[in-house]
Write a protein that binds this ligand. Structure first.
Ligand code: ADP
Length: 590
């Protein structure tokens, strides 16, 4: 039925209704009519039979069978019937329609149905096709026992052509009416189909357009209340779908914006464990080219831990949290949450910085404890010895007290340096201002003068009278002091420390170069770390804390610059040069 056109279906339905509505009653009518016509013909045949019987009775005696036959032929011609007289044994003795000389050759009629029945019940009739005359006839037969004729059966045969022509006329009329109704119903069904097809086609077009996202298409059907209600319903539905789709699009866009704005990597897994969607951050984390979608977490992250957690969550575990190191530097906290409808959400949160800070904190605490423990143990040991009164009066006691003071100074230096470091780390960049680096250096020089004088080390100041940079005065003095302090400490007597500055387009690069022992390559990368010393014992003896360069680095980076070392400096065979940059002061640039 799907492939049949609506128009054809309607037409076929019409036809079916017409056939059922017309043919069934027509068939019964035809049957009834036929029965009535035959009944009437039958009655008429008997009337005629009785009339001929009466005529026969009225006739004077027949001389012989031929005379009887003559009479039959005469009456038969008048009435246009076939009149037959059959002897008791069934032999035909007279027949109006058969020549007398051929009568003897006729079949024995004893077996004819009307003859048998007439013999039994006096009179009978039968309708059948006469082979002799080649047409359908109604036969009416009656027993005769007359004085003037031989006894037997009188039979008349009336052609049924009148009856049949009446039935034929009825049939013709019926088929004619049926044809007219057929034509009319076909035309009507076509007309109705056209009228119904148009709105249906309009609805189909509108529904297809809605399916393709064209919600502006409006239906305006006026054919019938139902269609106008349907079109109003479709228009209403299209409006609501448009509203809902718009809402969904907006929500999707909002969600996408949130996901894309997140620094955390987010991926959505389908129920089969394949990646369904990711945000930009995740694509970056997983370094997926061109996309992670459709792949398994194992293929993307090459990490069995993540794959296993994904499997567990997909199998029904509500949520899992794990820490995963992707490479040496990056550590992620991965949160996996099961979606009850199937699938999972996986969020990657970069905690590398937290892990790094935690490590620094642990190292720092360990370093500080270690650095303080040595002088503290020493102080404790000497102080305990000095508790002895007798020892206090001995010559050695003074050396012990000096050692205690020296260790206490060491501890004090460490604490001061740590406080300085903390201060530098807390100082904010926006507190920077245009300062004169030459003035800062002069101040640092004054502080270091006693030490340099003691070692007969000359300081060659090649800085311009005023070097204006963006910075913090105290921090810059601290940097120069520490660098000079180190340079003096690691230079032999009668050497020179050269301080210079080179102005670039945006920054000024300062250098503090000495002619000292220098720093071997292996240590150069680490000397800016806290508590890192090249020679621990020597440094401690000379009051070094291992924090000086760390303070310099913090101070310089805090002022927006960089610090590095070259040992030996370019073109020299010994000594070391410390360089650091600071941004030019704004007024200096202009
Ligand atoms: P310290 O307080 O021990 O000097 P620093 O952080 O200032 O600690 O220095 C770290 C290490 O770098 C020192 O132990 C020292 O070995 C080395 N160092 C620093 N400056 C120089 C320099 N000018 N010449 C040679 N070695 C240096």
């Amino acid at each position: 039925m799907k492939s049949i056109r609506f128009r054809t279906q309607l037409m076929l339905s019409f036809w079916l209704v017409v056939i059922l509505a017309l043919c069934i009653p027509a068939y019964y009518m035809y049957q009834t009519l036929e029965k009535d016509i035959y009944k009437e013909a039958n009655a008429n045949a008997f009337t005629q039979l009785n009339f001929i019987h009466w005529q026969l009775q009225e006739k004077s005696v027949f001389e012989n069978n031929q005379d009887l036959d003559q009479w039959c032929k005469k009456v038969g011609r008048q009435l246009d019937y076939r009149i037959t007289v059959i002897a008791a044994g069934g032999r035909v003795i007279a027949d109006s329609d058969v020549a007398y000389d051929r009568i003897a050759a006729l079949d024995n009629h004893a077996g004819r149905e009307e003859i048998i029945n007439a013999r039994k019940s006096g009179q009978a009739s039968n309708i059948r096709y006469s082979i002799t005359l080649g047409r359908k006839l109604i036969y009416a037969a009656k027993n005769i026992n007359l004085a003037n004729a031989p006894s037997g059966v009188l039979r008349i045969a009336i052609p049924l052509s009148t009856v049949e022509s009446r039935l034929e006329y009825f049939s013709r009329q019926f088929w004619g009416i049926l044809l007219v109704i057929f034509i009319f119903s076909t035309l009507l069904s076509l007309f109705l189909a056209r009228r119904l097809e148009k709105p249906i086609l309009d609805i189909i077009l509108a529904a297809t357009a809605i399916g393709e996202g064209d919600y502006e298409k409006k239906l305006d059907i006026e054919t019938g209340v139902e269609f106008s209600q349907l079109s109003a319903g479709i228009n209403d539905m299209s409006g609501k779908i448009q509203q809902n789709i718009q809402q969904i699009i907006e929500q999707k866009q909002e969600l996408e914006a949130v996901l894309e704005g997140m620094v955390e990597g987010v991926m959505l897994l389908d129920k089969h464990g394949k990646i369904k969607a990711t945000n930009e951050a995740l694509t970056w984390i997983a370094k997926c080219v061109p996309s992670c979608v459709g792949r398994r977490p194992m293929e993307v992250f090459l990490n069995p831990e993540i794959q296993q957690a994904c499997n567990q969550v997909l199998e029904g575990t509500d949520a899992i949290k794990l820490k995963v190191a992707m490479d040496n530097e990056t550590v992620y906290e991965v949160n996996l949450v099961n979606i009850p409808e199937g699938g999972a959400v996986v969020v990657f949160h970069d905690i590398s910085e937290l892990v790094r800070l935690e490590k620094i904190r642990q190292d720092f605490v360990a370093n500080v404890s270690h650095e303080l423990r040595t002088p503290l143990t020493s102080i404790k040991g000497y102080a305990e010895t000095l508790q002895d009164k007798e020892f206090r009066t001995s010559d050695q006691s003074e050396t012990f007290v000096k050692t205690i003071v020296k260790n206490a100074d060491q501890m004090s230096n460490i604490v001061n340096d740590l406080l300085e470091l903390t201060k530098l780390q807390q100082r904010k960049k926006n507190r920077l201002s245009a300062i004169d680096a030459s003035a800062c250096f002069s101040s640092a020089c004054e502080t270091c003068m006693p030490m340099s004088n003691e070692k007969k080390i000359s300081i060659d100041n090649r800085l311009a009278e005023s070097v204006s940079v963006m910075g913090d005065t105290n921090s810059l003095i601290q940097v120069f002091t520490n660098l000079l302090d180190n340079a003096i400490a690691h230079s032999p007597t009668d050497t020179t420390i050269t301080v210079s500055a080179k102005t670039g387009p945006e920054a000024v690069t300062f250098s503090v170069a000495d002619e000292g022992s220098g720093i071997s390559q292996q240590h150069q990368g680490r000397i800016f770390e806290r508590f890192y010393r090249v020679d621990k014992e020597r440094s401690r003896d000379s009051g070094g804390t291992g924090l000086g360069l760390s303070i310099c680095k913090n101070a310089v980076t805090g002022m927006g610059g960089k610090i590095w070392v070259k040992s030996p400096p370019d073109g020299l065979s010994n000594g070391s040069a410390f360089y650091f940059t600071l941004n030019k002061a704004v007024d200096y640039i202009s």
